[in-house]
Write a protein that binds this ligand. Structure first.
Ligand code: GUN
Length: 286
């Protein structure tokens, strides 16, 4: 039976570290860390995420600035706001919650965010930095996954790592981060032919496909570290992951639950990136 990786606990320890450093910045340098969160329209899931981000800011002692824009906001209006935030010294990090309404080009908006304030690490400049391994910000979810793997004491070097999913937000950067830790990395996707066989070879299996219970226990290697990035609903409308937890936990060595696994990590890593942004903007290099 697998050991459950407690994402809430690991996330709380990241937030404690961030809060301590933020307090030090305030006391020693008079610096207040600020995050601007922009939400456009009425997507319910986005609303929940944005509220959680605001709450996390309060917990770690950051200022948060929320911009809740109408569904009919034009792309030009949104770009104007991003430009204002790029110049606002109180704002160290800018997060535009995705998805945006379909009449707005997400790429254009991401590209408009100053890379120094791009705490999601979605801007092509930051994506490039991740590719060559000299990054300032790591994308929040993959960075959170790395922290969870680290919490198990697993050394990634030389291990077979399989990432299921190739999104720009999770799968691709996840593969890069595992590679930087000297993992031997395979990326699987919807066209992969022998998925079960490849997954069965994984010492570390990270799943981010957005399909409920897609990875079943018979696809998990005995003793593997299984990280489930999914946030899905099962046939009864209950929250579940991309991994069929009940069967996978019988084979895995370590496994994340949904909820309470990767989810809490994404927000704490966002706090960490915002702190890093504030320090960099203030010329603090430690
Ligand atoms: N929507 C879902 N996840 C994310 C995220 O990590 N960042 C942003 N900006 N939008 C999201």
């Amino acid at each position: 039976m697998a050991q459950i990786i407690n994402g809430k606990e690991v996330s709380a320890s990241v937030k404690r570290e961030v809060a301590e450093e933020a307090a030090k910045l305030r006391e020693e340098k008079g610096l207040k860390v600020g995050l601007a969160v922009v939400i456009v329209g009425n997507n319910q899931a986005s609303r929940v995420y944005v509220n959680n981000k605001k709450k996390a800011c309060e917990e770690v002692g950051f200022q948060s600035f929320e911009y809740a824009l109408d569904e009919n906001t034009t792309q030009e209006q949104l770009l104007d706001l991003v430009n204002v935030l790029n110049r606002d010294d109180r704002v160290n990090g800018i997060l535009v919650q995705l998805p945006l309404p379909s009449h707005i080009d997400e790429k254009a908006v991401i590209n408009a965010i100053s890379p120094e304030k791009d705490v999601d690490a979605f801007h092509p400049t930051n994506v490039g930095h991740i590719m060559i391994g000299d990054h300032s910000f790591l994308p929040c979810t993959p960075a959170g996954v790395m922290r969870l793997i680290e919490s198990t004491g697993t050394d990634i070097s030389g291990k077979q790592c399989v990432v299921v999913g190739r999104s720009n937000i999770v799968g691709k950067p996840q593969a890069m981060l595992l590679l930087q830790q000297n993992g031997t990395v395979t990326i699987c996707h919807s066209k992969t032919k022998n998925l079960k066989e490849i997954c069965l070879g994984a010492d570390i299996l990270v799943v981010a496909v957005g399909r409920a219970k897609f990875i079943t226990g018979d696809m998990v290697k005995e003793g593997a570290v299984v990280i489930d990035v999914g946030m899905d609903r099962d046939e009864n409308g209950k929250l579940c992951g991309d991994v069929y937890f009940e069967s996978a936990e019988k084979r895995a060595g370590y496994i994340t639950p949904v909820p309470g696994g990767v989810g809490p990590m994404t927000i704490s890593m966002l706090m960490k990136n915002t702190l890093t942004a504030a320090k960099q903007q203030a010329g603090i290099t430690d």
